[in-house]
Design a protein around this ligand. Sequence first.
Ligand code: OGA
Ligand code: MN
Length: 291
Amino acid sequence: MKIRPLTPKFGMEIFDLTLSEVTEATEFPEIRRLFEEHSVLLFRNQKIDELQHLKFGQLFGPIEDRLVDEREPGDTYKIPKVSNVREDGSIIDELDEHTLHLKANFQWHADSTFMPSPALTNILIARLVTSSGGETELASTRVSWSVMPKKLKESIRGRGIWHRYAHSRAKVDPNLAKLSMFHKWKDQHWKSVWTNPVNGQEALYIASHAYKVDGYSSAQSELLISELIEFCTQPHFVYSHRWKVGDVLLWDQRAVLHRGRPWPYREPRTLSSICVSTTETDGLEQIRLST
Ligand code: OGA
Ligand code: MN
């Protein structure tokens, strides 16, 4: 496979590959190897429809379905859209609750750390892009953890962190956080370091959803969580992706933080998003703490 680094320390762009044709028996094992090693993969100019997106996602593991409890008999799974466009094509207002929810993604996070099986990856495909802004930024917590000053490292190593969906929404708007969609799962308690089971590489596992560190008060926890995220997201640890239609970007949530960036809100922006859940082979049981 022809590849090129996205940054000096993490991320790879893969060229000359038709993702819609990838199977377990052909290119997938090499893609998975590159995923474990480089944490972020980019494929450009892809023509990939919804079913092909889903099939590609299934190669990584079980597909996350946050709406499973809301679905009526006969309703089927639909690929989630990160989008400000309604079904009729109109654009959702900047002050709408849905836009606030999208803006909550501007905080550095890993996906679904508040669910019993957090996301292994999010496979994003650009469908509609804006004339400016709207970047998705990725920061390797494997790289930053490896060079973190000892004092900061020792303040978190060996401690568990609690995660709650409503926590990241409350930081944007306390009313947003009250919506039932943010209260479906009980708080999750994960080790603060995720060791990759394939290569033994450690990464800090933290998110905007993190609210409490074992052994610290709530106020101390908040300060420490901010300090850790700030350290890990310094510009030299970040890859900023400017979207073009047909880009497919995916990353290892166990070792990468991400965030969205603002865009001109009157312009349509749509990414198709499939999250794949972690399983035991991804190291999930090694980071699970009692609740
Ligand atoms: C996501 C996300 C950021 C963006 O899809 O999980 O955080 O750039 N997206 O829209
Ligand atoms: Mn996200």
